[in-house]
Design a protein around this ligand. Structure first.
Ligand SMILES: [Zn+2]
Length: 159
């Protein structure tokens, strides 16, 4: 049996992708991620720039159905079925996507070249996973001195 939490394993928060809008709703838009069409995905109105300068976009300001746009993976929800990807198309997030570090509570940059990484927490008890965002430094500083993982925390994704 395939675990539902295997869905979207090839996506990571901070990753830039191309999406096509498939439906508009009052809360935001449903999209398909090009190359990852099998996983459900959406963009909340709060993750869309409002042309009128408001804090969030509203129905009528959302990109039209059929539109293709660049987006950044914000969160991959795999806590319970269905697996679900939430994305952002805010210009500031496309420039540099930040999320709060679960260790120190301050923002970390998950975009390429940033100071953050994401850990997927999984268990042999059963399917389901969740993600911990952290500065590389916050994670490395919490490893025991006898751990052999320090260098891997520094280098993962960078070679
Ligand atoms: Zn931190």
């Amino acid at each position: 049996m395939k675990r539902f939490d295997a869905a979207g394993a090839d996506l990571v928060p901070g990753q830039r992708v191309r999406v096509r809008v498939t439906q508009q709703h009052s809360w935001g838009v449903m999209v398909e991620i090009l190359g990852h069409e099998s996983i459900s995905a959406s963009i909340d109105g709060a993750a869309i720039d409002s042309p009128s300068g408001a804090g969030r976009a509203w129905l009528g300001e959302y990109p039209a159905v059929g539109t293709e746009v660049d987006a950044v993976v914000q969160e991959i929800r795999r806590w319970s079925p269905l697996a679900w990807v939430r994305l952002t198309i805010r210009s500031q997030d496309l420039h540099s996507f930040q999320w709060l570090c679960d260790f120190c509570g301050t923002p970390t940059v998950l975009s390429p070249g940033g100071d953050g990484v994401v850990m997927d927490v999984r268990s042999a008890d059963g399917p389901g996973s969740h993600a911990i965002a952290t500065h590389r430094e916050c994670l490395r500083s919490r490893l025991h001195e006898s751990s052999s993982e320090h260098a891997r925390v520094d280098s993962v994704g960078r070679r």
